[in-house]
Ligand binder design. Structure first.
Ligand SMILES: *[C@@H]1O[C@H](CO)[C@@H](O)[C@H](O)[C@H]1NC(C)=O
Ligand SMILES: *[C@@H]1O[C@H](CO)[C@@H](O)[C@H](O)[C@H]1NC(C)=O
Ligand SMILES: *[C@@H]1O[C@H](CO)[C@@H](O)[C@H](O)[C@H]1NC(C)=O
Ligand SMILES: *[C@@H]1O[C@H](CO)[C@@H](O)[C@H](O)[C@H]1NC(C)=O
Length: 372
């Protein structure tokens, strides 16, 4: 009895000591108090449905089965449940980060704001390098303009000291962004070989906006994710189906598109190296979404996922594509056993695995600063 009591007390003391230790470090590195995030559908939490309200393109996202898993109602996420930014907020013990657009005139955003929009490209309308194939109305440049407008509103004043103070306590999640630049290129029938020429331009855009935030607003910490293996995307597997077996890798993904994703990712990683050398006082965490996703693509059983190349919500076509995911689409099973939600975007299950890989695993470099 008393031995039991003492071991419990000892345990409490130990917990207390650990908490003191954690607190001791809190002042030094400072936990992030806010997240500001930029990107595309992968982390849009409600901007697109607001921006495109009334348009056919957005209405399906406001209906079941979107949101069926976690929120149990549609939220504007292009997913059955939570997306990556939700898991990052939870990990930093912040409330879910609100989408910017619905609150753009009044929100104080004490824990940050999410500027990501479904369909957003890195490059803007002014981009003319390759026949202006990018037509996203809310590209990264628009999102960073909203960011500046928000800062002017919540931290007004001359010298920007208040803005710098906010940014010093904030984590910027820069992406994933860029995948749309490539998919829009493929969508208009742009030659695959030429798409490689677009990569340096996409990287230049991402890097430019990162530098602007460092120089103009005093941003101190970035999480910069790379892009997923596009050759494992059900919509591409269906659209670019081939009878030539050597076009597929050992997981059944299209080799060429995965190689292409890797080329973008290598260029992004190189750019991170340059940014780190140029801004030694800024933290750049490179998040390897490609590597984290390959875990469930190459070993789905470990995560209780069935075939990771099949969409959960879609049609009767190959890889469960051939129809959009809308209120009358077929749900092929419990989303917890699927990696792809609608043939392009991932399920909450897949995002939870990627987030785990970034937050606690080996897919963030340097490791994600979860604790101070
Ligand atoms: C780009 O424009 C040129 C000249 O108009 C045209 O010849 C070429 O086919 C276009 N390329 C693509 C990918 O649209
Ligand atoms: C099959 O694909 C491989 C790899 O892309 C290519 O080298 C080969 O020429 C293709 N074979 C045929 C018959 O198209
Ligand atoms: C980096 O931080 C140090 C110490 O706070 C400071 O002296 C130095 O000016 C900073 N360098 C840059 C490039 O901001
Ligand atoms: C859902 O999409 C399919 C095409 O895939 C279409 O035929 C159907 O009318 C759509 N349902 C609704 C409710 O819009």
């Amino acid at each position: 009895m008393s031995a039991g009591f003492f071991s419990v007390a000892g345990g409490l003391l130990l917990v207390h000591a650990v908490l003191l230790l954690l607190n001791a470090h809190a002042g030094q590195c400072g936990c992030y108090k806010r997240i500001f995030s930029f990107g595309d559908a992968m982390i849009d939490t409600g901007n697109f449905v607001q921006l495109a309200a009334g348009k056919a393109a957005s209405s399906k996202f406001k209906e079941a089965p979107y949101g069926m898993t976690f929120f149990r109602h549609p939220t504007g996420r292009i997913c059955d449940g939570r997306v990556l930014i939700d898991f990052y907020a939870e990990a930093l013990q912040l409330p879910l980060i609100p989408p910017y657009v619905p609150e753009k005139d009044s929100g104080q955003f004490p824990h940050g704001a999410n500027f990501a929009v479904y369909g957003a490209s890195a490059m803007g309308e002014g981009y003319n390098g390759h026949n202006d194939t990018v037509t996203s109305p809310w590209p990264l440049g628009q999102q960073t303009t909203w960011f500046e407008e928000m800062l002017q509103r919540i931290a007004p004043g001359g010298n920007g000291a208040k803005v710098r103070q906010i940014l010093a306590e904030s984590l910027i999640v820069m992406g994933e962004i860029g995948a749309i630049d490539y998919s829009s290129w493929f969508d208009v029938g742009g030659a695959s070989e030429d798409a490689v020429d677009v990569i340096p331009d996409v990287i230049t855009y991402i890097s430019h906006f990162i530098e602007e935030m460092i120089l103009n607003q005093g941003a101190k910490a970035f999480l910069v994710p790379n892009i997923l293996p596009m050759g494992c995307r059900p919509s591409y597997l269906s659209r670019f189906r081939s009878s030539n077996h050597s076009e597929y890798d050992e997981n059944g993904c299209l080799r060429w598109f995965n190689d292409f994703s890797q080329k973008h990712n290598q260029a992004l990683a190189m750019n991170m190296g340059w940014l780190r050398r140029t801004y030694p006082n800024v933290t750049f965490i490179y998040a390897d979404y490609y590597g984290a996703a390959m875990e469930f693509i190459s070993n789905p059983g470990r995560f209780d996922i069935g075939d990771p190349l099949l969409a959960c919500c879609g049609g009767d076509g190959p890889y469960h594509t051939g129809g959009e995911c809308n209120s009358t689409a077929k749900i092929w099973g419990d989303p917890a056993h699927f990696a792809s939600w609608d043939g392009v975007q991932l399920t909450e299950k897949a995002y939870s695995i990627i987030a785990e890989g970034v937050l606690n695993g080996k897919f963030a470099n340097p490791p994600f600063p979860l604790r101070c």
